[in-house]
Design a protein around this ligand. Structure first.
Ligand code: FDP
Length: 423
């Protein structure tokens, strides 16, 4: 077991209003609980826990397909077989509760006036107008995680900066998440999803209360959220569609639990999911074709014409909701991509809470995920909202993409990627 020594320090941290939840500037300032306050922290000697062992519950999952296994029962089995994973089980329980709550909100959004914008003219950190359900889902997930008692730091798509958890609830885990991805599809009743990834904290932070300044050591504490995807110890997504499914990996393969609305429980419906070696579907936003670099265009043209390695013409499917497109790709095979283009020179998707968890899950199912240059899981994020190109799917399809793309890689370099715009 590794021991780290961290200086004890009690700085003051600046308390700024948040852009994501605040009222428009002309109205009175938001109440204190709605502000983006960074809490005062102190540092101490910490023991960095080893990564938990792989979970040998695969056999159990196979057998238990004969009788319905709830996610709760599965988690209890994980805890029984892995004494050091009790906290992780508590954490996933918090997430499954949040997913049920968000599924219920999404399901009745049309009849409870939850569709549409949160506040006209109020933008989040990405410059996008937030939907009511973006804001609500963020609160639901944040609270479920906070009060699980297992959290140290959380980072969300909907928050400007990572959030440290108050001392009384502090735990050992770092969770990154996108509470409601694909929310531009909401008002049309199309699928949306929650994406999450779990790391172990590398720096320990003791959080006391809300104070008034921040220094480099506190930033180090928040940098717990900037770990490469390779260090994820769990990830998952919840898809809100014709049914609600929680697709999860604790590092032991990929398993799908479907919400049985009659009993209010997630029930195991697919154990040890394996992505097909090759598919016949491509899922890219085709309207960007003329904005892509030549390598991507050449690859897509081969799929359209059937001049690719499998000599078969591929079908196009693109929902425009990451969770839905990745879920279909995992189950049916093929390739999903949001590459860089002339407008989005770093791609559009966020490395920390979109690309990395999805890459981890796809690899757990035997697939591959890349930027076109590097394996997604090898990238160390420089900022919490950094964007990266994402190509993932069946191993043979991704390999073929890399070959074709590699032939004209120089073309990407001529796009003059401005790295700052990725952050
Ligand atoms: P959305 O803007 O609706 O939130 O990253 C967000 C995302 O959706 C992904 O879910 C989706 O894959 C992508 O953007 C779609 O982008 P385009 O509309 O540019 O295709």
């Amino acid at each position: 077991m590794q021991v780290n020594f961290i200086l004890v320090h009690k700085p003051w941290i600046l308390c700024k209003p948040t852009t994501s939840l605040q009222k428009p500037l002309k109205s009175k300032p938001p109440p204190k609980y709605l502000r983006r306050c960074l809490p005062r922290v102190s540092y101490r000697m910490v023991t960095v826990q080893p990564t938990p062992n792989k979970i040998p519950v695969a056999d159990y999952l196979q057998k238990s397909q004969e009788t319905p296994t709830s996610l709760t029962r599965y988690l209890l089995e994980v805890a029984r077989q892995n004494k050091d994973m009790g906290d992780m089980v508590g954490l996933i329980n918090g997430i499954q509760f949040a997913c049920k709550k968000i599924a219920s909100l999404v399901g009745k959004a049309g009849v409870t006036d939850l569709m549409g914008l949160y506040q006209q003219g109020v933008f989040n950190v990405h410059g996008e107008e937030q939907k009511k359900l973006d804001v609500l889902s963020n609160e639901v997930l944040k609270n479920a995680l906070k009060y699980s008692g297992k959290m140290a730091v959380i980072a969300s798509e909907e928050e400007d900066v990572p959030i440290m958890i108050e001392e009384s609830y502090t735990g050992n885990y770092v969770v990154v998440f996108d509470p409601l991805d694909g929310s531009s599809n909401l008002d049309a009743g199309l699928p949306t999803g929650t994406i999450f990834g779990v790391f172990q904290q590398q720096f320990s932070c003791l959080v006391h209360d809300y104070e008034e300044s921040i220094n480099s050591m506190e930033l180090a504490c928040l940098q717990n959220t900037l770990q490469p995807g390779r260090r994820l110890i769990a990830a998952g997504y919840c898809i809100y569609s014709s049914s609600t499914m929680l697709v999860l990996s604790l590092g032991n393969g990929l398993h799908c639990f479907t919400l049985d609305t009659e009993v209010g429980e997630f029930v195991l419906t697919r154990a040890n999911i394996q992505i097909p070696q090759r598919g016949n579907i491509y899922s890219f936003n085709d309207s960007n074709f003329y904005q892509w670099d030549k390598g991507v265009q050449d690859y897509i043209e081969r799929l359209r014409k059937g001049t690719n390695q499998s000599r078969s013409r591929y079908s196009a499917r693109y929902v425009g909701s990451l969770v839905a497109d990745v879920h279909r790709t995992i189950l049916y095979g093929g390739i999903f991509g949001y590459p860089a283009d002339k407008k989005n020179t770093c791609g559009k998707l966020r490395l920390v809470y979109e690309c990395a968890p999805m890459a981890y899950l796809v690899e757990q199912a035997g697939g591959k995920a890349t930027t076109g240059m590097e394996n997604i899981l090898d990238l160390t994020p420089k900022s919490i909202h950094e964007r990266q190109p994402l190509i993932l799917g069946s191993p043979e399809d991704v390999e073929e993409f890399l070959q074709v793309y590699g032939m004209s890689r120089v073309d990407r370099e001529t796009m003059q990627v401005d790295n700052l715009s990725c952050l």
